[in-house]
Write a new protein. Sequence first.
Length: 139
Amino acid sequence: MSPTPASPATPFPRTGAVFELSQRFFFDAAHTLQRQIEAEGSRRIHGHTYHAEVHVSGAPDPATGMVVDLGLVRAEIARLREQLDHHFLDEVPGLGPATLENLCLFIGRQLAPVLPQLSAITVERQAVGDRCTLRWAAA
């Protein structure tokens, strides 16, 4: 039996649809953290492999068919990654305490001026299952 064709009453894409693209990257970095729980290990210099994902959202440009050229996204991530990969995060200007929340904010502040379609950033430490996502509406 052949599949039933889509009904003309159900247009696709639906009104209000938004495309979301993402690019993943990782960086290895060390830091310390002042906290009350799990304090001893956090206060010592220690490191993680952080996995991050940058999301951009919007409507495709009619001329290019792209929300944003992913080559631009990759180039900006490479520039950003140089500031974080194999660095001591306590010494990265503008980061503050190296929490997942501050890493999301830092990445957002670095990318937003060149990626106005930026809509979310996720940073996680997969080895321990910690993840933070920062979301906002695209410009």
